[in-house]
Design a protein around this ligand. Structure first.
Ligand SMILES: Nc1ncnc2c1ncn2[C@@H]1O[C@H](COP(=O)(O)OP(=O)(O)O)[C@@H](O)[C@H]1O
Ligand SMILES: [Mg+2]
Length: 228
């Protein structure tokens, strides 16, 4: 549960995610996605409720990358590795450059990189501590289709290696395509938790009049039926 002044940004939202699972948190703007992920990341305190994570770290990839645009890729990673007090920052950075395929770009100034590569640095920073759970807040916003495909290929690979990935999106198609499971949020409330197949079923039964429209339109009708 989380309130900002009189506004209840989250209430009664509960879920569990397994190792290697890709969980999509889907909902319109203002639904509470960033608030939920920030609480899971430990950068925002909830007013009530519990968060339980495994022994491994939680990695946080904010929507707005906090990168130093005039520094190089490697310098940025180094800075965060030092801030996080890694025992051997250079080794952590080298490992991350390798994992994210940014090695060739290590010496480039961040400002000159494409949005897709800047997002990879953002993710690399979230992965520095080799977290067991990676939280991505609307990771594909601003990327072109090819960059998106590369992003999801990489993220799916992480999940395949056992990392639990929780990502937010307002794009139902993206949630369905890449999420193993979807958690639908609207106005701070969890409306649905289940597979894409089950969500389609729920949308069909709640909004039968929109059942033969595209999924996005039907989903909007579903939210409307549920009072949002
Ligand atoms: N720091 C804050 N102070 C006041 N209201 C906030 C703050 N952060 C978020 N909110 C409000 O909480 C609600 C949920 O916001 P947010 O979690 O950012 O939604 P989403 O990420 O799904 O777009 C919104 O109504 C938003 O205006
Ligand atoms: Mg948000």
């Amino acid at each position: 549960m989380k309130s900002f002044g009189g506004l209840e940004a989250l209430r009664g939202v509960g879920f569990a995610a397994e190792a290697g699972e890709l969980l999509a948190v889907i909902g319109p703007n203002g639904a509470g996605k960033t608030t939920l992920l920030s609480i899971l990341a430990g950068i925002l305190d909830a007013d009530g409720g519990e968060v339980e994570v495994g022994a491994r770290a939680v990695g946080w990839v904010p929507q707005q990358a906090a990168l130093y645009r005039r520094l190089t890729v490697e310098e940025n990673l180094m800075l965060f590795a030092r801030l996080e007090k890694h025992e051997d920052p250079a080794a952590s950075v080298a490992e991350m450059l390798e994992l994210t395929g940014l090695g060739e770009r290590r010496g480039e100034i961040v400002a000159r990189l494409s949005g897709g590569n800047q997002q990879r640095i953002n993710i690399a920073i979230g992965l520095l501590a080799r977290p067991g759970v990676l939280l991505l807040d609307e990771p594909s916003v601003g990327l072109d289709p090819r960059q998106r495909a590369r992003l999801w290929e990489f993220v799916s690979g992480l999940a395949g290696g056992g990392t639990t990935v929780i990502f937010s999106t307002h794009d139902i198609q993206e949630a369905e395509r890449y999420g193993d499971r979807m958690l639908v949020l609207a106005d701070g409330e969890a409306l649905f938790d289940g597979s894409a197949e089950e969500l389609r079923e729920a949308v069909r039964s709640e909004a039968p009049e929109a059942a033969d429209r595209d999924f996005e339109t039907a989903f909007v009708a579903y939210l409307h039926h549920r009072g949002h």
